[in-house]
Design a protein around this ligand. Structure first.
Ligand code: LLP
Length: 428
């Protein structure tokens, strides 16, 4: 984690900025992103693809972090965007991603979303079913347009990741079974409202068990490309999806170079342009969630550290039993003796638990801690559960830092709600 370091006086730093300084100025909980890490990781991925000799573009999966500053910074590095909703499409455009760099994925694109994608003339929509293809074809024809599409194929390989984030098995809702793809692809090519440009796949997220699942998927896609070409059908590009994992704890995920090599082995001689849709690998290690200790309590022989961040902020531990590193920020805590603690939030659910039995120093009230690897699927999965406002987001760049999303105010939190006149309020 090159962006994080410890300073004997200033405590835990991101790049050249003490995290305590940010907490003091902006309050907590706050997400803090490193511009340097985002840039470095975007470049490392692009370099690995180039060094493997692949003709590939990278489209950042904005679902992992749709903050406009993050997407804009990555757009500046030449990355496009992989979006899954009108909101993400608008965010990508607002951040300066050209429409020609945007791919729209997802099993349930609404007609309104399709209309916007056509109006914006984005790079491609990844179609997930025959039904969706018919809907888009009819819409495009009614507009006198042709929508560029790829067919998302489900290669039926096990990505060997958490069940909630695996997507490439036949039992998952994603894509069309690979066995049915040739016939459907031919049907799509005959639709007047569609310009069929190729294939797409995505087998899952947080893939850490080597590249064998990728290898199986890309080999199947490679033979499908050859089969379609043999039928005289055009296949210009293959979108290889995302999913490359990161080490949250002790996982040893494959490197971008290994992934690039695997893509090359499966699709390198298919004569197609390649696309990648990484989210977590780029943004995950670039962010921390900064939180303050409200209080420590002892109960039934257990030590509980209660934070001002909760599952509504960082949902991953509650939802996937995900492990995030937790570091104290104060230099006084670095070498203090540690004892096991359950680290919890204030939300009224037992699942609002970030860690159990984690070794931590004594953390008096107002001590700061940082959750590591929180730059992907952190802020983007937040909610306002327990009427807790969305946390602020900050980006650090060298010795400089900026608020890139203000903390939600209580007025904003209540905004838009109405009490109908027919509800009598006490005292009326
Ligand atoms: N492309 C498609 C079609 C996807 O569905 C996803 C993620 C990605 C790309 C990006 O995958 P990545 O490179 O980030 O692994 N909330 C979960 C992760 C859900 C991922 C959903 N799809 C988590 O916090 O672990």
């Amino acid at each position: 984690r090159p962006a994080l370091s410890t300073d004997a006086l200033a405590g835990l730093m991101m790049e050249e900025v003490p995290l305590a300084r940010i907490a003091q100025a902006v309050g907590t909980p706050t997400w803090v992103y490193s511009a340097g890490t985002l840039r470095r990781r975007a470049r490392a991925l692009c370099d690995a693809l180039r060094e493997a000799g692949l003709d590939a573009t990278v489209h950042f999966a904005t679902k992992s972090n749709p903050n406009l500053a993050v997407v804009a910074l990555l757009a500046g590095e030449g990355l496009g965007a992989d979006v899954v909703s009108e909101g993400e499409l608008r965010a990508a455009r607002a951040a300066g991603v050209p429409a020609s760099g945007i791919v729209f994925s997802g099993v349930g694109k609404t007609e309104r979303e399709m209309r916007l994608a056509i109006a914006e003339d984005i790079l491609q929509l990844n179609l997930e079913s025959a039904e969706e293809a018919e809907m888009l074809d009819a819409l495009a024809r009614s507009l006198g347009r042709r929508a560029r599409v790829a067919l998302r194929v489900n290669p039926d390989v096990d990505a060997r990741t958490h069940a909630k984030i695996t997507t490439g098995l036949t039992e998952n809702k994603f894509g069309v079974p690979i066995a049915l793809a040739p016939a459907l692809y031919a049907r799509l090519c005959a639709m007047e409202g569609l310009e069929v440009v190729g294939l797409a796949t995505h087998i899952g997220s947080q893939i850490t068990q080597g590249v064998s699942s990728y290898a199986a998927a890309y080999a199947r896609l490679g033979s499908l490309v050859r089969e379609l070409r043999a039928q005289g059908l055009p296949v210009e590009r293959v979108d290889c999806g995302g999913g490359l994992g990161i080490p949250y704890r002790d996982e040893i995920p494959a490197s971008p170079a290994a992934l690039a090599g695997t893509i090359k082995a499966g699709l390198g001689d298919a004569g197609v342009k390649l696309m990648l849709e990484p989210g977590r690998w780029i943004a995950g290690p670039a962010g921390v969630l900064l939180s303050r200790v409200v209080i420590e309590k002892q109960s039934a022989g257990r030590r509980f550290v209660i934070l001002d961040a909760a599952m509504n902020d960082l949902l991953r531990p509650a939802m996937y039993e995900a492990w995030h590193g937790i570091l104290p920020v104060s230099p006084a805590a670095f070498h203090a003796p540690q004892t096991p603690a359950d680290v919890v939030g204030p939300v009224c659910e037992s699942s609002d638990t970030f860690a159990k039995g984690r070794n931590l120093p004594a953390l008096p009230p107002a001590s700061l801690v940082a959750f590591l690897d929180a730059g992907a699927y952190g802020a983007s999965m937040s909610s306002t559960y327990n009427a807790r406002p969305l946390a602020a987001e900050v980006m650090v760049n060298g010795s400089d830092w900026s608020v890139v999303r203000e903390r939600q105010g209580y007025e904003q939190l209540l905004a838009g709600q109405r009490i109908p006149g027919w509800i009598t309020r006490p005292g009326e």
